[in-house]
Ligand binder design. Structure first.
Ligand code: IPE
Ligand code: IPE
Ligand code: MG
Length: 258
């Protein structure tokens, strides 16, 4: 089967353009940042909020349309109870303090993950923040909280199983688009660029389905030190890559000019 300009999806075509539409980040290294300064781990998390502010602003200015940040994984409950409690407090405070400014800057805030595990106070704030910003279109900011890629796929499969049970779908009809249509970010294009700070080179149960064709970028910079300049380095790296989606490099060049 030969490739023509027609059978290339919009996602793929946009993916060839220099600025990623969707950037997803594992913000790692807060604890080590604090330890280097002989501070408690929590000081690193607090400093991490500053970095979030700067990166949200810079992404908006650069023309990134969607930013997804991993704030708390489904495995982070395994941390000492005190750290988990402090992280919850910080999440709540950040929601309360940042929401007005985000709204003013026309940022649409969404929380992805199993929020049913959070205290009522946080759930209420999340709902208020999402409702307030629902019609904003400058940047979609997804905060992944109690998120796990395996959880996301599992809940999608549960929804599909229900549809099969209701007779709306047969098992044979299920394809990858059905699964994608039931994931947390179903209405958004998949990430073009993935960034992980803090030196580890792993996915840690982040967006496992949605990263299938994402460009990966790892940096040793600890999250609180990740600033506009570091974001630019990641964007430059992205712009220098050729995304082939299974095709040959020559085909990609032809499609770009088709
Ligand atoms: C990432 O920083 C923030 C969260 C997971 C909440 P870490 O807290 O994992 O920092 P390190 O990896 O221990 O340095
Ligand atoms: C991943 O970081 C989760 C977040 C950044 C929220 P971790 O620090 O929890 O990842 P692992 O456990 O080192 O893989
Ligand atoms: Mg870590």
């Amino acid at each position: 089967m030969s490739s023509t300009a027609q059978d290339i999806s919009r996602e793929e075509r946009d993916g060839y353009v220099g600025i990623p539409r969707h950037v997803a980040i594992i913000m790692d290294g807060n604890g080590r940042w604090a330890r280097k300064r002989h501070l408690p781990r929590f000081a690193g998390h607090k400093a991490g909020v500053e970095a979030v502010r700067e990166v949200v602003k810079s992404c908006g200015e650069k023309g990134v349309q969607i930013l997804t940040l991993f704030a708390f994984s489904s495995e982070n409950w395994r941390r000492p109870q005190k750290e988990v409690g402090l992280l919850m407090d910080l999440f709540l405070t950040a929601l309360e303090h940042e929401i007005k400014k985000l709204h003013k800057n026309e940022v649409q805030l969404r929380i992805i993950g199993d929020t049913s595990a959070f205290p009522d106070k946080i759930c209420k704030r999340i709902e208020q923040a999402e409702t307030l910003t629902a019609d904003n279109h400058q940047l979609v900011l997804n905060i992944a909280a109690n998120y796990g890629g395996k959880w996301d796929i599992t809940q999608a499969v549960q929804q599909l199983a229900n549809k099969v049970q209701q007779g709306e779908l047969t098992p044979e009809q299920i394809n990858d688009q059905h699964i994608a249509a039931h994931l947390s970010m179903k209405d958004l294009p998949e990430p073009d660029l993935f960034i992980r700070t803090g030196g580890e080179q792993r996915i840690s149960n982040f967006l496992i389905w949605q990263l299938a064709y994402t460009e990966l970028y790892f940096t040793d910079v600890l999250w609180p030190d990740f600033d506009r300049n570091e974001l630019e380095k990641a964007l430059d790296s992205f712009a220098s890559r050729q995304r082939r989606f299974g095709r040959t490099g020559e085909q990609v060049e032809q499609l770009k000019h088709a």
